[in-house]
Design a protein around this ligand. Structure first.
Ligand code: CTP
Length: 397
């Protein structure tokens, strides 16, 4: 595999030599891309000798080979170790002032950051926000180890052991089956908003994180992805076509339009079951007589409709996946819903009491039509997404 090892200007750069050895000794081809200042810690000859490949830091060397694009495009994995606060900030904001940051923008493969810095820098709100952004986009940011730092101080900020970083990278490289190549998948994500008047709506707490993780992992597994996003404030997953909608009615239109030529539809969006019977054209004023009640009408059930269409032979997905967020009687409610909606898989989450909404982690039980349920242990939403695709892929004709 082609691995790019980005090296930031931190004292822990010397530990990246060991990481490089672990990659080359297990047969990977490694291209080291340090920042210019990283070479103050470990020099170019060391990286060149250990990797057996040329080492450059800026985009002006070997321009005829267009390195600022090629290196990222050809990579199967980019790992940045140590990732300084500066690199995390540049990556989060898409700056492209040197070869490493250009490579991070052109790479479509998994990216792993192994940060190392002083505790204050790691804990600073700016760094926290940058790490959040990178994680929301699908990069893996390994939490630094806790221990003795460069000076006399101790705390979180140490580069994890190179063997640990290597283990994370090896898992990422192993866990990328291209089993959705040539398939089209539609994923709905987020939560619908049902207008009351021009400024107010009925909504729900769905963040869209799980749906975006499904889209991102499907892209990584080779699928063409249409992500129908209802009001999620998240960066577009690289490689997915994003269609933005607000209400359940709009969501239905977008999903059904894309479903006709899709192999899989995953309804991860939280769809409002009801909407106000009329959306007022003028804002309700405090001085108005308070409306006695907002009368509601039922929204279409998109998932059930997909199931019905399939039963009546309309062209569309061969695998239909639903989600169910339940607060009580989780499994019993889930089984009833699976049957009622006519889907193949139903991913059931327990919600409430701080579980699932807006958190990067999730745990789920996937109910399988005509089969035994599959437990997905608590872990990143990406892992839950991969567990869903693991069940979807073998069901495709
Ligand atoms: N769903 C849908 N259209 C709706 C409501 C829900 O397509 N109008 C989909 C959701 O995207 C999800 C699944 O149906 O995949 C289950 O959603 P949920 O709200 O749990 O189901 P409901 O049928 O609304 O059941 P409940 O009585 O629990 O509200």
């Amino acid at each position: 595999m082609n691995v790019v090892l980005g090296v930031g200007a931190g004292i822990a750069a010397y530990k990246a030599c060991e990481l490089l050895r672990l990659f080359t000794e297990s047969g990977h081809i490694v291209r080291v891309v340090p920042t210019r200042d990283a070479l103050r810690f470990v020099g170019e000859p060391t990286w060149a000798a250990l990797s057996g490949n040329p080492v450059t830091t800026d985009v002006w060397d070997s321009v005829h080979e267009v390195p600022h694009v090629r290196i990222g495009q050809n990579a199967d994995l980019v790992v940045v170790a140590p990732a300084t606060a500066d690199i995390l900030a540049k990556a989060a904001h898409g700056l492209a002032g040197d070869l490493l940051t250009n490579t991070l923008l052109t790479a479509r493969c998994p990216v792993v950051f192994a940060p190392a810095m002083h505790t204050e820098m790691w804990e600073h709100p700016a760094t926290r926000a940058n790490v959040e952004t990178l994680r929301a986009r699908g990069s893996i940011v390994i939490d630094p180890a806790v221990g003795r730092l460069t000076g006399a101080d101790t705390g979180p900020g140490r580069l994890p052991d190179p063997a640990e970083i290597f283990a994370v990278c090896a898992r990422v490289l192993r866990g990328r089956p291209r089993d959705l190549a040539g398939r089209t998948v539609v994923v709905s994500a987020g939560g619908t908003r049902e207008a009351i008047d021009p400024v107010r709506y009925l909504g729900n707490r769905s963040s869209g994180l799980q749906g975006y993780a499904l889209a991102r992992t499907a892209v990584a597994r080779g699928a063409e992805v249409v992500l129908v996003s209802a009001n999620a404030a998240l960066p577009d997953p690289a490689g997915a076509k994003v269609v933005r909608v607000e209400s359940a009615v709009e969501l239905r239109e977008a999903v059904l339009a894309a479903a006709g030529s899709a192999d899989v539809v995953v309804m991860a969006a939280a769809v409002a079951d009801f909407r106000p019977a009329t959306a007022l054209e003028s804002k309700i004023k405090k001085t108005d007589d308070a409306p006695a009640a907002i009368s509601l009408v039922k929204n279409p059930d998109i998932l059930a409709e997909l199931g019905e269409r399939r039963r009546s032979g309309v062209a569309g997905p061969s695998v239909i996946v639903g989600f169910a967020a339940e607060t009580d009687d989780v499994l019993a409610n889930g089984q009833a819903k699976l049957a009622r909606k006519g889907c193949d898989l139903l991913v059931v989450n327990q919600v409430g009491r701080g579980l699932a909404f807006g958190t990067p982690d999730n745990a789920a039980t996937v109910l399988v039509a005509g089969g035994a349920p599959v437990e997905v242990p608590r872990g990143p939403k990406e892992d839950v997404a991969d567990a869903v695709w693991d069940l979807v892929a073998p069901r495709l004709p």
